[in-house]
Design a protein around this ligand. Sequence first.
Ligand code: R5P
Length: 312
Amino acid sequence: MKIIAGNSNLPLAQAISDYLEIPLAKATIKRFSDMEAFVEIQENVRGEDVFVVQSTCYPANDNLMELLITIDALRRGSARRITAVIPYFGYARQDRKTGGRTPISAKLVANLITAAGVDRVLTLELHAGQIQGFFDIPLDNLIVGPVFVPEIEKRFAGKESQLVIVSPDVGGVVRARALAKRLDADLAIIDKRREQAGVSEVMNVIGHVEGKICLMVDDIVDSGGTLCNAAQALMDQGATAVQAYVVHGVLSGAAVDRISKSKIERMVITDSIPATDAVKNASNIEQLTVSRLMGEAIRRISNEESISALFI
Ligand code: R5P
């Protein structure tokens, strides 16, 4: 087995390599002066089971292109099997036509990755499970439960009866319900209406949150608008504290500043996207690693063992 790291998330790739006790394969991934990407794998991959770790986070287009070119280099180097390990799958929110003459970019990205020559994909908490169907090759979509659940159980030991798991929008109910079930906690839902693209508005809290510690669960925090507005709504309804557990910390623009000034006491994200300095310096944002989860999934794929057994 060989692991190759793209440039998008070197700390996570290194942590996965440490977990598997397999050093990262030597590869040069660099840019020509006109910013075209160039990849050279500097060790033999003929007949190898190769995993390329690359999040298609900001800058999404560069990171995606780097992934495609790396896959091409591996295919031409006669790797036996190539798995794209994409901890954060960018473009996933563009998973349907939202109007006339608009693209389904998530499907296009799936086509590009498949056409580049990958044999399978390993990813984490896809924005919508249906995106798996955009690929006609095997795709494993890991869920974050094994990372979030033990942390929540430890942190809120003795306060279990005060916890309510909250989905900050209707689209995230399945994810929140699964976590609530594992924690044996109640569920609440925010009915969010987005009147304008990029602007979110909280309308209603469905469920009982008064006197409760609310843990909001979401797949992505981008501008932070959804979570900050939801936190305000929960406090208005009498919650005693609001925290957030979010898989992918996209955190674009002024998101970190917005979250630090919000009613969110503490937000936990994972390292599917590397932390910027602003994230590292934020007093109410913490990062948990998914390296063990992803590393174990890689080990199981390579050994042809069950992935679903990871979530029992
Ligand atoms: C929406 O469907 C997603 O699950 C997230 O809630 C959304 O992408 C968060 O975006 P923002 O932080 O910009 O409100």
